[in-house]
Structure formats: C-alpha cells, structure tokens
Write a protein that binds this ligand. Structure first.
Ligand SMILES: [Zn+2]
Length: 94
C-alpha cells in the first residue's frame, strides 16, 4: 500500500539520466547557447563524460561556431544551426 508513489515515478520508461548520441546532438546548440535547463545540462554533461565521440563533436561545434562567428546575444542563427547539423551528419558518417 505504500508503493503507489514508486509506480507513478516509474511511468517514465526511458532512463532520465541517459541521453543517446542523437539526443545529445539535438541539445548541443541549446547547450552552447546556454539555453538548457539545469536538468538537461546535467544529462548533457553526463553523456559527455561517458561517450567517446560526443566530446570530439562538441569541440568541433565550438570551433565551427567561433569560425562562423555565429553565436550572438540572441543565440545561434537558424541558418548556423542548420549548417552545424549538416557538419555533424558528415562527421558522423561511418
Ligand atoms: Zn555520444
């Protein structure tokens, strides 16, 4: 009779502490804009620590944004986001 709260919590069927690489990529631009919630940022950084590829990707993202000068006070321009995601698709090939 005391377990009702646990059942409710377990209704989330994906591990809230684990991002896939795909989810990581989707959050990268928001992360670099400082637009993630504290929860999202924590999960993002947890994935970063446990993944071989995403730290490299994030580093490339940062360099590319600096090169493009794409990050303004209002965040990334939509065109810049599209460009970055295109770069990632190429980078992640194979
Ligand atoms: Zn990853």
């Amino acid at each position: 009779m005391a377990d009702a709260d646990l059942v409710t919590t377990a209704a989330v069927d994906t591990d809230p502490d684990t991002l896939t690489c795909r989810q990581f990529v989707e959050l990268v631009t928001d992360y670099l804009e400082g637009a993630l919630s504290p929860d999202e940022r924590a999960r993002f950084e947890t994935h970063l620590l446990g993944c071989d590829d995403c730290p490299i990707y994030l580093d490339q993202m940062r360099q590319t944004i600096r090169t493009l000068g794409a990050l303004s006070e209002e965040g990334l321009a939509p065109a810049a986001k599209a460009e970055l995601l295109t770069i990632f698709r190429d980078w992640n090939r194979g």
